[in-house]
Design a protein around this ligand. Structure first.
Ligand SMILES: CCC(=O)SCCNC(=O)CCNC(=O)[C@H](O)C(C)(C)COP(=O)(O)OP(=O)(O)OC[C@H]1O[C@@H](n2cnc3c(N)ncnc32)[C@H](O)[C@@H]1OP(=O)(O)O
Length: 657
């Protein structure tokens, strides 16, 4: 066994091994038998005989495929199976919406029926196995119904987060080529009603691909005008048959979920069905320590992978109840909303992004509102989506009597890569660490030469093949990009794009991206994409967008632009136009709110903008002036501009002697 991590956990004397060490080692040394055992957690129509295989197309990189000859249906496994086995009257969903001032409890039987009829409606619109359906909906149960209905038919859904602007939706429609788009008439954000249908119409207008139909779920807050080719959800469902589940192979795709890469074009991360189901069911026990009948609450959005995995699919796969929350951590109505939900629904495990707790901490630093609620049902608190900064970890750790578990994963992996595992064996936590690799994930840290980094030495965090079930199976219709983005850097390993290190005890610390992807309030965004939008403005000659530290959202993007020669416009107007452009093209979640107009940007002699150096200065750290810099005075100019506009902590940045 070559990995440093395994060496640390690989004790000759099996009797002295911890339960975690033993489980982890077995998953890495005997992946087939390990996952064959876990596959028994799922009700297959035909149990898989081929556990692990490799796709011929991916032979060069030996990317794993799981359960290729097993047959199943995720809608059956998560709904019908439970109805058939005595959970028909149990709540599948507690929907709680301060936004719509509404609540609803939906039983497993009701959910199964809603899904089957909506699947019947989609089938009547011509949707069959392998067709794509784009879903653009807020946090309402119908978003889940639409996802499960696709799964029931073997169709591939692609959910687009409501905070994305029409251009982003258009890019996804064009790439996925859906037969049908399913939308809600509106979203509701902090009391503001946001009509969705005009955004869908604009996106379809912009896209070269035109879907056959658009199904609209009409909400009370705002009803959409329907045109030719549009269908009212309720009317369709009223006349739709009950659709039976279509058996699919373990390796058949369940969904495409787009995520930001380093360029403007988002990557369509593909997920299989069988591997994903097995991984999720395993994680619910090993990581989240959940038992059937208990309540799981993930505060995120169905548009993100956290929502796909831990709002929509995993809780129901294992017979739990999921809380679907259409609200914010603060202001709906106050910073006590999460505590209220935990009490009201007797939540056992709660999962959200660190940003949400930073927002609560800002509004209610002494957590006075917590005193109004009995949260004794809560046994574990989980955070992911961005790094859990130590001050927020300590705030939570001091406040709550339950373990605060920071875990790390990605859209691509579909479920956690590293975590503390109370369902196997809890270990002491360390602030800033995601603890240990989850069984199945052979995580390694490689240095620039592709060699194993020493403990405490930072490097690229990679996963040695075979990756466990549940991870991405490719990039939709872009095999080349799949290889170049993930497989090419270190052959035989999946490149996570995150940097980090193992400490002496084998705890994994993830320190942030090694590319131009930034994380704003738990949303992964591409600065490269923002640069494309900013650079397309007719007055802009050159630009750089960098992510700088922000106490609340983790990171925020700022733009630095050099206007074209002869630009005689007003800088404030240019800044406003660029901000509006990014909001219009990418969406409000980009949080792009500051642009500095400068004469020069610091570059290397070969013309590369020194973005890392700019970040260092904006974050108020000491910075060295690289010997490769073309014009050192450009740096002083940009630093002065940053100080003048109070960018980040630029006033604290000092050059090293
Ligand atoms: C582990 C794998 C992964 O990482 S998956 C990704 C996990 N990430 C998450 O779960 C995201 C966590 N973050 C959040 O839930 C939110 O950011 C929280 C913390 C609740 C804060 O929300 P909020 O106050 O709206 O700030 P924000 O930065 O999200 O929003 C910025 C602007 O965008 C808007 N926005 C947000 N969501 C929507 C939406 N669904 N539809 C339309 N607009 C949306 C917000 O209103 C805000 O707009 P504005 O700039 O104030 O006008």
């Amino acid at each position: 066994m070559s990995t440093i991590f395994l060496k640390r956990y690989y004790k000759k004397d099996r009797d002295t091994m911890s339960h975690y060490q033993h489980t982890f080692q077995r998953s890495i040394e005997h992946p087939e038998s390990f996952w064959a055992e876990q596959a028994k957690r799922i009700p297959w129509y035909t149990p898989p005989k081929t556990i692990l295989s490799y796709d011929e197309q991916s032979a060069g990189t030996a990317h794993a495929r799981w359960f290729s000859d097993g047959e199943m249906n995720l809608s059956y496994a998560a709904l019908d199976y439970h109805v058939e086995n005595g959970r028909g009257d149990q709540a599948a969903i507690f929907w709680d919406s301060p936004a719509a001032k509404a609540k609803q409890t939906i039983s497993y039987r009701e959910m199964r029926d809603k899904v089957a009829h909506f699947a019947g409606a989609l089938a009547q619109l011509g949707v069959t196995k392998g067709d794509r359906v784009v879903i653009y909906m807020p946090m309402i149960p119908e978003a889940m119904v639409a996802m499960y209905a696709c799964a029931r038919l073997g169709a591939i859904h692609s959910v687009v987060f409501g905070g994305f602007a029409p251009h982003e939706l258009a890019a996804r429609i064009e790439d996925a080529e859906p037969k049908v788009v399913v939308a809600a008439s509106c979203g509701i954000e902090l009391g503001k009603v946001l009509p969705y249908k005009p955004m869908v119409d604009q996106a379809v207008e912009l896209s070269a691909h035109k879907p056959d139909a658009c199904v609209v779920y009409q909400r009370e807050a705002h009803r959409a005008e329907l045109e030719e080719g549009d269908y009212d959800w309720e009317e369709l469902v009223a006349n739709a048959p009950f659709a039976e589940c279509v058996p699919v192979k373990g390796t058949d795709p369940l969904y495409i979920l787009y995520t930001s890469g380093t360029t403007g074009k988002p990557k369509g991360v593909m997920r299989d069905t069988g591997g994903y189901a097995v991984a999720l069911a395993y994680s619910m026990q090993a990581i989240y320590a959940m038992e059937p009948g208990e309540v799981f609450f993930t505060a995120s959005d169905v548009g993100w992978v956290v929502g796909h995995s831990y709002i929509v699919y995993a809780p129901l796969l294992v017979g739990c109840t999921t809380v679907v929350y259409e609200g914010k951590p603060v202001k709906t109505p106050d910073a006590g909303s999460f505590w209220r939900l935990i009490e009201e629904y007797r939540v056992k495990s709660f999962f959200t992004a660190p940003t949400a707790f930073r927002a609560i901490k800002k509004e209610d630093p002494d957590a006075k509102l917590l005193q109004n609620y009995d949260i004794s049902s809560l046994k574990h608190l989980y955070v992911a989506g961005e790094r859990l900064d130590p001050p927020t970890f300590h705030w939570l750790d001091d406040l709550l009597d339950v373990p605060v578990i920071d875990h790390w994963w990605q859209t691509e992996t579909g479920w956690p890569i590293a975590a503390n595992l109370p369902g196997i064996e809890p270990v002491p936590t360390k602030a800033g660490s995601a603890t240990f690799p989850v069984p199945g994930f052979n995580v390694q840290v490689l240095n620039r030469d592709g060699e194993q980094a020493k403990p405490m030495e930072q490097g690229s965090v990679v996963i040695k093949q075979p990756m466990p079930p549940g991870c991405l199976t490719g990039v939709w219709r872009d095999e080349k990009r799949f290889h170049s983005a993930y497989m090419a850097a270190f052959p035989g390993y999946y490149l996570t794009g995150d940097g980090g290190y193992f400490d002496e005890q084998g705890y994994l610390f993830i320190m942030g991206r090694t590319d131009d992807v930034i994380n704003v309030a738990g949303h992964r965004l591409s600065t490269g994409e923002m640069e494309e939008v900013v650079g397309a403005h007719p007055a802009v000659a050159e630009c750089a967008v960098i992510g700088i530290h922000d106490d609340l959202k983790g990171q925020l993007p700022i733009g630095l632009v050099i206007p074209k020669d002869g630009f005689d416009g007003d800088e404030a107007t240019l800044e406003a136009e660029l901000i509006a452009r990014v909001r219009e093209h990418i969406g409000p979640i980009a949080c792009f709110k500051q642009v500095l107009v400068v004469d020069r940007l610091p570059k290397t002699r070969s013309g590369k903008i020194l973005r890392k150096l700019l970040r260092t200065i904006a974050d108020g750290k000491e910075f060295g002036i690289p010997s490769t810099i073309d014009d050192p005075t450009s740096l002083a100019d940009v630093h002065a501009a940053m100080r003048e506009r109070s960018v980040g902590a630029a006033d604290k940045a000092t050059p090293l002697d």
